[in-house]
Design a protein around this ligand. Structure first.
Ligand code: TXA
Ligand code: MG
Length: 359
């Protein structure tokens, strides 16, 4: 059976809300990537999410809310967090972050209340919460009336979907309904920030809301958890494996940008007939010519942003990776991304994981 892709009419949103009420899961658009949404308060729905994605239950889910006013007090009404553990400084920072960045691509990891299912948090004492910016997601959550858990709507470890068609490709044989909210504006999963009881801030996953913006807004340092394989620093979120966002084809990161490459790169494997190449900026065709001359093989290429704009690169990364994966090339190569700041840092993180050896 194939999933139905639904235009986001009032009627279809009602149908999706009813499906959630009955314990079903659906494809939901957000401004970051599409999510696989289920009732956050129903353990059967949560189990269905894990099964549908083939995701291990030790990898916790993000709870999506729609608040009337984006403030700490309003979040308290959802009864998801346990405020007694939080210092005044922590409450002040959370309120500030919510007011400034919600609705939007920032997930806050906060001490959880007893009402949040252990299935949503994989037994952790903290719960990840965000208020998405996509109007269709907000309307769906409001219509449903309860928070929804929504991991990215891809099979576990695969590339996150940024359109309804991508969700169909990933999970079309496993779910019935996909709400079509168009192409995702951000294209990368949300920034994940943990707020400790004393108010200390820890970045668990970089995203479109940057570490610099968070430090500027809070006037506080933001620690970065290292331990991922990226020498430039991107880190692991709890339960996040270093190999993630993988295309089906092998993806190898080149040791340097093509513009600096004087001799053929060592691939550590036999040279395939056709290579797909992902370049960070500039014209894809120019990069394809350089690589095909160096390797003496056929090369097709995609660029993340001709002008070198990192927001555009973030928006197109998964789409282009998906396109190259679907091409008739036998191997994908990508230029390294060495950005340590801004959205480029999130792009570097995803590329590092996508090219990490699969376990
Ligand atoms: O943009 C997004 O965040 C998208 C859209 C659909 O909202 N969702 C998303 O969910 O990326 P997912 O499940 O693919 O990634 C969520 C990550 C997981 O890797 C998990 O480890 C981390 O969030 N996470 C969730 N709850 C956590 C917690 N309590 N503590 C630490 N990390 C947590
Ligand atoms: Mg994901």
């Amino acid at each position: 059976m194939t999933a139905r892709i639904l235009k986001p009419t009032r009627e279809n949103i009602l149908l999706c809300a009813q499906t959630l009420k009955k314990g079903g899961v659906i494809g939901m658009p957000t401004e970051t990537v599409y999510g696989l949404a289920g009732n956050a308060t129903d353990s059967d729905s949560l189990t269905k999410i894990y099964l549908t994605k083939e995701r291990p239950t030790f990898d916790p889910l993000i709870v999506h809310v729609s608040l009337e006013k984006a403030t700490f007090a309003d979040l308290m009404r959802e009864q998801l967090i346990y405020p007694h553990e939080l210092s005044d400084e922590a409450v002040k920072r959370i309120d500030l972050l919510i007011r400034k960045f919600w609705p939007g691509p920032l997930t806050l990891v906060l001490p959880k209340s007893d009402l949040v299912s252990d299935l949503a948090t994989s037994g952790l004492d903290f719960v990840a919460i965000r208020m998405p910016k996509h109007p269709v997601a907000l309307e769906l959550i409001r219509t449903f009336g309860l928070p929804v858990c929504a991991p990215s709507a891809n099979r576990f470890g695969k590339i996150s979907p940024t359109s309804a068609e991508d969700v169909e490709e990933e999970l079309g044989d496993r779910i019935d309904l996909i709400l079509d909210g168009g192409e995702c504006e951000v294209g990368l999963e949300s920034t994940i920030l943990k707020v400790m009881e004393d108010g200390d801030l820890v970045l668990l996953r970089p995203g479109a809301i940057t570490r610099e913006e968070i430090m500027e807004a809070t006037q506080a340092p933001v620690a970065v958890i290292t331990g991922g394989k990226n020498p430039h620093g991107p880190q692991m979120a709890s339960g996040m494996s270093s190999s993630h966002y993988s295309p089906d084809k092998k993806l190898i990161m080149l040791p340097m940008p093509l513009s600096q490459m004087m001799s053929p790169p060592q691939l550590g494997q036999s040279l395939p007939k056709k290579i797909a190449l992902l370049v960070m900026k500039g014209k894809a065709e120019d990069a394809a010519v350089i690589l095909s001359e160096l390797l003496e093989t056929e090369v097709i290429a995609e660029t993340l942003s001709e002008s070198g704009d990192w927001a555009e690169a973030g928006k197109t990364l998964f789409k282009k990776l998906r396109a190259l994966d679907a091409s008739d090339a036998d191997l994908i190569l990508c230029e390294p991304c060495t950005e340590t700041k801004g959205i480029g840092y999130a792009v570097a993180d995803r590329l590092m994981r996508a090219s990490a050896p699969k376990k």
